[in-house]
Design a protein around this ligand. Structure first.
Ligand code: A2P
Length: 319
């Protein structure tokens, strides 16, 4: 295994290009997966408060440190502020809860999970009154409270997730600082070239979530999505030509275009398989074939969280 490529994100923090995703990692499996990943050589773990498994993520990291597998400063750990903690006074409570669950004194990156605010205590909103109007709790105020966490040393870098270019632009203007990272869905069927170009021009790194097409996503999200990405004939054929698995091909494509990627697996063999993809150099033909697959199709489109006039204006949350 060669040295893992890193990206420097604001304010000068090194983010390893490949990380382990933990969304949908079930209790028990998650702890084993994170330990297995660190043993295999991963140095980047992506988590979030809402995934409900931060105790396991933290315990796996702490045990790996105690076992001499890694030092804390070698592991890049991300968490995310859930939508029900957007009021600036609640942001400090949210990170304290996350750090308490992790059993750690800081995370390396803290992301605003969605540009959406729920009323405190709401898990999944059932009616428009369970949201907080963004004019009352502006995203820039939430982000300002996250920046304050960085100044207290509780997080090393701050960023966002699920933001469009127009939202990144507004946030940067209103908060007076650009997010270091925007973590969004990215794969060959959703290449988001304009968003990536905006990020590059403005010093915002992009991390690809669901790089494999997230086939274990909840059924409610499968109603709208395209067919499975790992079974796509182009992906399968190009992977065979390249001498890699379909999963490895998708990871190699994500890293080749300068994004970081956080494929999720709880299977030891696939955890190692995915890490090895970071060593694969994509051929020009493979890049061309995958680049031609873009159709703007989303696997992750939780429409129950989007209410026109409340969470966004107009019809399109992603505009
Ligand atoms: P498992 O955890 O059993 O390995 P995404 O990262 O896009 O959300 O995709 C995660 C899904 O892809 C999970 O169902 C995961 O299953 C599966 N997966 C992860 N790595 C691979 C791989 N290399 N080949 C096939 N499926 C994979």
């Amino acid at each position: 295994m060669s040295e893992m490529k890193t990206h420097t994100i604001a304010p000068g923090v090194e983010l390893p290009a490949l990380g382990l995703g933990t969304w949908k990692s079930e209790a028990g499996d998650c702890h084993r997966a994170v330990k297995e990943a660190l043993r295999a050589g991963y140095r980047h773990v992506d988590g979030a408060w809402i995934y409900g498994n931060e105790e396991e993520v933290g315990r796996a990291i702490r045990e790996s440190i105690a076992d001499g597998v890694v030092r804390r400063d070698e592991v890049f750990l991300t968490s995310k502020l859930w939508n029900s903690f957007h009021r600036p006074d609640d942001v400090g409570k949210a990170i304290e809860d996350t750090l308490g669950k992790l059993g750690l004194d800081h995370v390396d990156l803290y992301l605003m999970h969605w540009p959406i605010a729920f009323a405190p205590g709401v898990g999944v909103p059932r009616s428009p009154d369970q949201f907080l109007p963004l004019r009352e709790v502006p995203l820039a105020d939430t982000f300002g409270a996250m920046i304050a966490l960085r100044e207290r040393g509780l997080v090393r870098a701050v960023g966002v997730s699920n933001h469009s270019a127009s939202k990144l632009e507004a946030l940067t203007r209103d908060a007076g600082e650009a997010p270091a990272v925007n973590q969004v869905e990215l794969h060959p069927r959703l290449a988001q070239r304009d968003l990536l170009a905006f990020g590059e021009a403005n010093g915002i790194h992009h991390t690809a979530y669901s790089p494999l097409g997230s086939n274990d996503r909840p059924d409610s999200m499968k109603k709208h999505g395209p067919p499975p990405l790992l079974d796509d004939p182009t992906v399968v054929n190009v992977a065979a030509d390249e001498g890699v698995t379909p999963g490895q091909l998708l990871i190699a494509w994500a890293l080749d275009r300068g994004t970081s990627a956080i494929p999720k697996s709880t299977n030891p063999a696939r955890i190692r398989e995915n890490l090895a993809a970071a060593d694969h150099r994509l051929s020009d033909d493979a890049r061309k074939a995958l680049d031609a697959m873009d159709e703007g199709a989303r696997f992750i489109d939780p429409r129950g969280m989007f209410v026109s006039g409340v969470t966004h204006e107009g019809d399109d949350f992603w505009a």
